[in-house]
Design a protein around this ligand. Sequence first.
Ligand code: NAD
Ligand code: UDP
Ligand code: UDP
Length: 327
Amino acid sequence: SYRSVSSDGVAVSGGGRRVPVGLKKPPKRIVVTGGAGFVGSHLVDKILARGDSVIVIDNFFTGRKDNVMHHFGNPRFELIRHDVVEPILLEVDEIYHLACPASPTNVMGTLNMLGLAKRIGARFLLTSTSEVYGDPLEHPQKETYWGHVNPIGVRSCYDEGKRTAETLTMDYHRGAGLEVRIARIFNTYGPRMCLDDGRVVSNFVAQALRKEPMTVYGDGKQTRSFQYVSDLVDGLVVLMEGEHIGPFNLGNPGEFTMLELAEVVKETVDSSATIEFRPNTADDPHMRKPDISKAKELLNWEPKITLRQGLPLMVTDFQKRILSPQN
Ligand code: NAD
Ligand code: UDP
Ligand code: UDP
């Protein structure tokens, strides 16, 4: 596999092989854990489209075979039903680690994938989250902010799990010399998103399509910044292919209150849609917006698709799935 091109115009492979530039690169072998999920399946599409090989590891906990079924029969695509909490032996060049059960086993899965990367010398990318900033006291959030997380709250299993995953990733980098990358992903939406995982964009869109009121938690003045999935996937790939470890915020700085989001969904889906207030959940972050200057400068990446452009693409997909019996 190729990792970089040195100054003398020679491609340097992961194993130190030097091949003159201009020869066709052999395909890379890439693992995507959680590749049958929302983000993972879009990443798989992109990697296969550029000619590399993909092994998806997924236990279908929240993912669906439907998300990757269009690749069945492609000799460069392989799907393994496996829980990353159990060890696994594979030979690959890169590991995108997206699988993330919302439970303490999150850490076990990350440890196994790091162990795998160490044994085979693969580059490892962790999909961390903006939740590592907790209920932030700094706004917008820069990567240098250490966060404000309640260690014993209802969300802490996810937040602290990801914080621990970042710690392990950096320890394997420092201790074992592993090549690592860390992305801190901000709220992402798009086609193939789970219909019923309770996220705000999927809830509002599904509710508006079903002619039910959109459920606004609390006063609806809390903010989030919503990124379209193709922007995220572009960011993950440039991060993996680039020279910088991170962490990098990958998100769209366009910030919306939940009331404003409801308004955009109403404009996009159904002008007669209504809202209904519900009590908010504990420890809900009051605001969230990425500072993406680091990714702009070092990765030359920034999102291209605004909420008003991206939402209709998701709505089309949700319409089809809500009408079809198996979703
Ligand atoms: P998703 O639930 O659609 O995808 C996760 C996938 O991992 C699913 O296919 C699931 O079946 C699989 N999985 C879960 N536990 C597993 C296990 N133990 N072994 C094997 N497979 C397992 O979620 P997503 O939105 O696509 O998120 C992908 C990654 O991005 C996650 O790590 C998530 O924490 C991170 N992230 C997502 C967002 C977002 O807004 N979507 C924001 C921040 C971070
Ligand atoms: N592991 C794995 N596949 C491999 C290598 C390791 O699943 O190819 C798992 C291994 O079972 C262990 C974890 O990764 O639970 C961490 O491995 P590492 O070698 O870093 O730690 P050790 O086993 O030495 O504690
Ligand atoms: N939210 C809401 N209605 C819903 C679901 C969520 O108002 O039906 C709010 C929730 O309280 C939070 C925001 O939307 O303030 C984002 O929630 P989500 O679970 O999508 O993302 P996260 O909190 O993880 O950023």
